[in-house]
Design a protein around this ligand. Structure first.
Ligand SMILES: CC(C)(COP(=O)(O)OP(=O)(O)OC[C@H]1O[C@@H](n2cnc3c(N)ncnc32)[C@H](O)[C@@H]1OP(=O)(O)O)[C@@H](O)C(=O)NCCC(=O)NCCS
Length: 215
């Protein structure tokens, strides 16, 4: 049964290893509690907005408000999609895509995090591939971009493995000092040729096309 008003609630991606599910309130709470258990080492900050520096229980409140805000502010010309990553019934992290003027530009930016206990097992790579498949196969995207701070080895490791093209960098404020952020680009043709999979299933994309501004 498709949600009568907000079909994003039925959006899902399944791979042999994991499932991506649109973040509803139950998954938002699970992600908030996961984040409170730790996303990265305290002496490292992977995010431009240092949201993980906030102490629980405020961290959980802020996290849930973030997901509500993304849902409330959604429009076909500016959206921020958050998907929970579920492995064997356990919420292990989140992956997402965001875009402005997707109907015109056809490009989207990805972002993600895993609970610290789930790092380094290949989940980050698999969830990035699932996100790319959703956007390229499900919503006819024309290009993907991503970025990470120059000292974020695991994030850059995923990006390098998948064959993105380096596309410069920017100095960004991070915990009050400047840090280099590196940008990467992937045209649709690269995904088609090297990364498209026939064992990833998309569910509920058709009903969501207008919400994404997909043609
Ligand atoms: C970034 C993140 C999502 C990656 O997920 P993951 O499951 O840990 O990543 P994977 O195990 O799929 O792959 C990581 C790859 O990077 C490599 N890698 C790890 N540290 C590295 C380093 N310092 N330098 C180079 N490569 C490195 C790994 O060897 C692996 O490649 P391999 O499979 O070829 O061996 C996860 O680590 C995370 O949540 N980190 C904290 C939050 C974060 O940084 N989010 C991204 C913000 S841009």
């Amino acid at each position: 049964m498709t949600h009568p008003v907000w079909p994003l609630f039925d959006l899902r991606v399944t791979t042999p290893r994991l499932e991506l599910r649109y973040v509803d309130d139950e998954l938002a709470l699970a992600l908030a509690e996961l984040a409170a258990r730790g996303v990265h080492d305290r002496d490292f900050m992977p995010f431009t907005v240092a949201w993980t520096d906030v102490e629980p229980p405020q961290l959980e409140v802020n996290t849930m408000q973030y997901y509500w805000r993304c849902r409330a502010e959604w429009s076909p010309t500016s959206w921020n999609l958050n998907l929970a990553v579920v492995v064997d019934g356990t919420v292990v992290g989140t992956t997402g895509a965001m875009a402005h003027d997707f109907a015109t530009v056809g490009g989207f930016e990805t972002g993600s995090w895993l609970g610290r206990e789930f790092h380094g097992r290949g989940i980050g790579t698999e969830m990035r591939l699932a996100t790319l498949q959703l956007m390229f196969a499900g919503f006819d995207a024309r290009a993907a971009t991503t970025g990470a701070f120059a000292d974020n080895g695991p994030s850059l490791g995923v990006t390098a493995k998948l064959g993105y093209t380096p596309n410069g960098g920017t100095d960004r404020a991070r915990r009050g000092t400047a840090a280099r952020s590196l940008h990467f680009h992937m045209p649709r043709a690269h995904w088609e040729e090297h990364l498209r999979r026939d064992d990833i299933e998309l569910h509920g994309t058709e009903a969501c096309r207008a919400l994404f501004g997909a043609r």
